[in-house]
Design a protein around this ligand. Sequence first.
Ligand SMILES: Nc1ncnc2[nH]cnc12
Ligand SMILES: [Zn+2]
Length: 341
Amino acid sequence: MTSSEALLDLAMKMPKAELHLHIEGTFEPEQMFAIAQRNHVALKYNLVEELKAAYQFENLQDFLDLYYQGMSVLLNEQDFYDLTMAYLKRVHEDNVVHVEIFFDPQGHLSRGVSFETQIKGIYGALKDAERDLGMTFKLIMSFLRHLDEASAFETLALAKPYLEWIDGVGLDSSELGHPPEKFANVFRECKALGLPVTAHAGEEGPPEYVWQALDVIGVDRIDHGNRALEDTDLVATIKHKGLTLTVCPLSNLKLCVVDTLEDHPIRSMLRLGLNATVNSDDPAYFGGYMNDNFHALVTQTKITREELFTLACNAFEGSWLDTESKQRHLNRIKEMFDQVP
Ligand SMILES: Nc1ncnc2[nH]cnc12
Ligand SMILES: [Zn+2]
């Protein structure tokens, strides 16, 4: 095996944690058509191929328009279970051993699907995968930032009976024009409830939005964070706080956040001492799950063995797992890298 083949092999086989994944973004066209038929719901597209051909995005909003259309066929608890289980089985093959997944309750409540239906389906699959595949998980409820703060508060109220199943809160959807400060009060309440908090920031939005995620929301993690690199004081602050960035290389490529993977800032982030991690975001729409993202980085950038090792460790260190579990995974990664010169 050449050294580049050995690096790729290691990237594929190493244990992984995925920290930035929207469960509704794992909806593969084949499964979407099957569930649409089961629920007697019409889709805008007649064929799987037609739908796949529509996956050409110029920006985040282009994608979100299709993403909300796609999820509209999810109606019953079984649908949420099947969606989640398909994702878990798929990434188990990529040696993902721990997942921290988002769901967008408001994207379903607006269609009359109860909070209970959604969370029972998703949580049921996570528990079954824990038992049958040995995977661990955290579930993150995400607020849609294009809606108002009152709607986020209503969602939080619906979530209250299920707080034992909810491990954290996020902020996603259309970033431009919807800065984190719009949600200052609801995140204050989430924090008072003891929930860890993360927010999409700096995917398309300016550094100012990342500052707000830090200073107004008080995030424990940052989703994306690409545009933070435009502000050296911001980089220094993120580094000082030791915050993890959940970076999504293939997503950034598909949504035109970067022109090529060679231009992707993930290696610069590592060089700056930021805790970057690799994630798939919405793999069914962006052409790749976890190993596809790592495959692209290894084959299309000059990523080194040390950088790969750091990325693997950062994911567990930045996870919301307990210290002992983190250490067990970190030891296993070190063991694997030590075996390959
Ligand atoms: N990449 C992304 N950015 C913002 N909101 C999202 N919802 C699903 N994927 C998203
Ligand atoms: Zn995302």
